[in-house]
Design a protein around this ligand. Structure first.
Ligand code: ZN
Ligand code: ZN
Length: 162
């Protein structure tokens, strides 16, 4: 009886210790944030881009999303990716959020304003399209789809309006 209750106390203390140490680990190694992802390639890309962002990568040029922990084209439709101030996924003429169409087979991404039915102007919107195309290409590469458009998209992504 005494032994059992002593053990229970010990277990509770152990749990408290584990809780503390896992918090420490999370702080020391932020990449643990992606440890549960099943797509190892995505997890690696997230880690790389998190690091690159620390040293100057423009967050809008990322092919992965730190918030949603996904490839950009998988979560770009989220309202979180509408940034009114910078004009990302935003039509300034109509002052509304813009829809994103992702064609995974063709490897293409397009934006269309639900009001004026046009591709909204502005470098921020072109950047969204460019980053999504690059993320589609990166994800397809990981699945072993050597799609003919992949290299073309990457080349266009690098060359277009810096
Ligand atoms: Zn996202
Ligand atoms: Zn519009």
């Amino acid at each position: 009886m005494d032994a059992t209750s002593a053990k229970q106390v010990g277990t509770a203390e152990e749990k408290a210790m584990y809780a503390t140490s896992s918090t420490r680990t999370a702080l020391a190694a932020p990449h643990d944030r992606y440890a549960d992802l099943t797509d190892a390639r995505l997890a690696a890309a997230l880690c790389d881009e998190d690091d690159a962002e620390e040293t100057g990568l423009n967050p809008h040029e990322r092919t992965t999303c730190h918030v949603h922990r996904r490839w950009l084209h998988d979560c770009v439709s989220s309202p979180l990716h509408v940034i009114v101030v910078t004009g990302h996924r935003w039509c300034r003429r109509c002052e509304c959020a813009v829809d994103v169409a992702v064609d995974e087979l063709a490897g293409d991404v397009s934006l269309r304003c639900p009001k004026c039915r046009e591709m909204p102007a502005g470098p921020a919107n072109r950047q969204v399209v460019r980053a999504c195309r690059a993320s589609l290409a990166a994800a397809a590469e990981g699945r072993g789809h050597g799609a003919p458009w992949t290299l073309d998209v990457i080349a266009r992504g690098r060359g277009e309006d810096r």
